[in-house]
Design a protein. Sequence first.
Length: 362
Amino acid sequence: MQGAAGRSRSSGRGVLWGAFGISRLHRSGALPHRILVVGSRSLLHRAARREALAQLTEDLADRIWLSTRRGVDLDVVWELRRLLRSVLTGLTALRIARYDSVVLLAAPEEATYGRPTRSSRLIRAILQEMAPEGRFLSVTLDPHPMEREGPHGAADPERASPTAAIELRSLRIDLESRKRAAASIARRLQSPRLEVARRLAVRADATEDDDPQRAGAVEALGLTDRPDDERLDLLVERARDAFDTRYAEINVVAEDVQWSLAAAGLPRGSRSTDKSLCVLASRRSAPTIIPDTLKRLPADRIPRLANGRLVRFYAGHPIHSIDGHRIAVLCVYDTRPRRLDDDEISALRDLALQAEARLIGA
């Protein structure tokens, strides 16, 4: 691969997620750890705390990336109460369950441990939504955390949440020691139990499934009528050059037609999804890598190019909407078989994230 991407550090991109404003942080790597950090707007009232929280999320993404050497997708939402109410009333379009971990941030005055307040009932509503996976961490910002840990990093029982029976882990941190706080959060998110849950999620990503709500997400973004976009054109040219392939595209896949939003090596247009490899890629959250189609697919399912030659190599990565629907695929392909190493698969993801940011307006 020519000019393989190193560590990607996309930070602070803002976008609307339904009624919520969301910031997105990414770090390069395969099998990304998907994290939702959600807190109350009251945490942002003071400029110093606001800046400290922004740096905390950056440090958290860095810490997880450095310790796992896998990708990180970290979304930050400062609409805790509204988000919890949405889940409580059954607005499943938010698709919170797609995250590997959810971190709930609260100020000391908002902590609800031991008191059955309205807030604690709302938190329990989210837990009811995701408790089978046990992927929650409740974090209280406390200038005097006095946290005591056992030999295996277990929280002091006196600090445990009354909801611990359904795997809500709790932690108190001091924002004055942001890197230490980020390390504490990262350590909790990588506990053995949570890692098992994450591996199960990764395995689910690798299985094929249809996304019945994808068509609505594509329509909402107006992708099928999207005009030419010079930035997307440059992006697929970069992809073709980086992977040294003849062709690269960004395709939107519908039931029986796929639209090319950008293409390098061939003209843009729409064509039937019959034999489309992007159809396979659009059914998985993980990348689809086919080193040699002759060894992977039946001969009558291998697409041919306009010149009659078979597509022998294909690599596609799904592009997601802000709420997790697979709205498009960035792909590179060639008439020569080849393999990708881990760095190249990571670079493919980085390019797909750049296309995602462009398409969803981040």
